[in-house]
Write a protein that binds this ligand. Structure first.
Ligand code: SF4
Length: 115
C-alpha cells in the first residue's frame, strides 16, 4: 500500500468535522431538510401545539432519507437545540440521553463493586 503523500484535512480525517463546532458546518450542505419543498416549520414546531404530530411526522420522514443524519444527531446531542433532528424530537432526545447517562452510571457502579 503506498504511503499517503499529504496529511488529510480535518474534513477528510473526520467526516463529522464541523458538526460539533460550527452549527452550520459543511455537512449541512447535504441536509435533506434544505430541499425547497421542505418546510422548516415541520422541524421547529412546538411538540405540544395543536397539529404538531402531523408536522413532526413529516419532519421525521425527511430525516429518514437524509445522508447526514449521524452528523445531525451529534450536533443535536451537543447543542441541545430544540426541534426535530435526526428523526428525533427534543423530548425523545432528552429521554435517550438520560437513559444513556443512567446506563453509564450503572456500569461505573458495577465496575467499582467488582474491583
Ligand atoms: S437528519 Fe433531519 S434535521 Fe438533520 S440534517 Fe437531515 S433532514 Fe435535517
Amino acid at each position: 500500500m503506498p504511503e499517503p503523500t499529504s496529511t488529510p484535512s480535518a474534513v477528510e480525517a473526520e467526516p463529522w468535522y464541523g458538526a460539533r463546532i460550527v452549527p452550520d458546518g459543511p455537512w449541512t450542505r447535504r441536509a435533506a431538510c434544505r430541499a425547497p419543498d421542505v418546510d422548516p416549520e415541520w422541524f421547529t414546531t412546538d411538540e405540544d401545539a395543536a397539529g404538531a404530530d402531523e408536522l413532526i411526522a413529516k419532519a421525521k420522514q425527511v430525516c429518514r432519507g437524509c445522508p447526514v443524519r449521524l452528523w445531525c444527531r451529534i450536533h443535536a446531542d451537543e447543542t441541545g437545540e430544540y426541534g426535530v433532528y435526526a428523526a428525533e424530537t427534543h423530548s425523545e432526545r432528552v429521554r435517550r440521553q438520560r437513559a444513556w447517562h443512567q446506563a453509564a452510571a450503572d456500569a461505573d457502579a458495577a465496575e467499582q463493586v467488582s474491583a
